[in-house]
Design a binder for this molecule. Sequence first.
Ligand code: HEC
Ligand code: HEC
Length: 366
Amino acid sequence: MIMPLKPVIAGALVLLTLLLGGKVQAEEPVPAPEQVKAAIGHLGPVPVPPGNPLSAAKVALGKKLFNDTRLSGDGSLSCQTCHLPEHGYATLQALGPAYPSQYERRNSPALVNVAYNQPLIWDGRAPGLDQQALGPVKNILHMNNDVDLLVEQLKADGDYPEAFRKAYGDAGIDAARIASALASFERTLVFDDSPLDRYMDGDLAALDAAQQHGLALFLGKANCIQCHHGPNLTDNQFHDLAVPEQAIVDNPQILAAIRFDAQRMGLPDWAQLTRDPGRELVSKDPTDRGKFRTMGLRNIENSPPYMHNGALATLAEVVAFYDRGGGDDPHKSPLLKPLGLNDAERRDLVAFLRALTGTQRHLLLE
Ligand code: HEC
Ligand code: HEC
């Protein structure tokens, strides 16, 4: 009997894999929409603290403040200088920018869906947007300004008293109102309705074949989901990935900024530091050294470079980094293991990360 060629080859392959111990590397099945929804899901309504309800007038005032260079001591930087809308409200610089003549030691993070993050900052030092907003204004490395002086300057300005009256019912200007308006604007930076959201709603064609394969890897073999889960794709926890620190170690001015910040945060060995201690600055727990916050991944393709120090230039570099099992530090997270991805798998994982890009939600504000 003559067997058709294909079954013969298939039969031979089965025999071969049986001989090799039965380890057939099956293609990962693409997770069904309900399964993805359970692990990730849609972003809910934007969280708003009871003391600071959103209104159109407050958001407009916050946007005006966000774009105003007078918030910085020398009038050269606005919030937007370091948080550019076209780059996911981050910048393309690895570290900084900084106040002129100063050096920033960290990457300016994206503000996409920032209202859902708790706590804020790479080391989690700020509990929420209202409390954080005046931090950069006062920070010597960022805007290096005096808030009392800023309040007087805004009172003396042609437009601001009227904008505060519209937002708060009277023309009074103080630090708390400036912070609450800035935070309100930042709460409107909600981005969803991505191809992944449409897939979770049952539109299987929203992800192409490469992205579906990448999704399977994200939830399966690459196991990104163990830290990047939930609607904003973060566990809001802190982990040490041992991201390369070369640019920092090589620049004594950046090291000076790290030591200055650690002294300010009350870390006992601040003067001996040779790298950014991360979460330990806040917790004072030595086992937290080198840990940083898991960042959300929505619209992530728009805000390279990546990680707390911008050490990884592209999403392909990020995936290659995880594929190697992260960096070299012996204290790195035990959750990181070499993944053994092939070229096609690395490419499809990047394709999936691009399917997390959505559009800005139109918030109905009274
Ligand atoms: C000179 C650059 C610079 C300026 C100006 C600046 N930022 Fe930032 N921003 C950064 C950097 C760098 C970080 C990360 C800081 C860190 O981890 O220590 C950051 C962090 C943040 C975060 C935390 C985001 C998160 O997910 O953790 C928010 C919110 C934020 N900035 C809002 C603002 C606002 C509002 C203004 C204006 C009042 C502002 N920034 C001005 C560089 C800047
Ligand atoms: C052990 C937890 C953990 C795992 C597993 C993990 N991540 Fe991360 N991810 C983090 C943390 C923590 C950061 C920030 C680390 C830092 O800056 O030092 C991060 C940062 C990132 C960033 C950069 C975010 C930004 O705004 O700069 C991307 C992209 C990313 N991860 C994608 C992935 C992918 C893809 C996988 C799977 C291959 C994965 N992560 C697995 C915890 C994890």
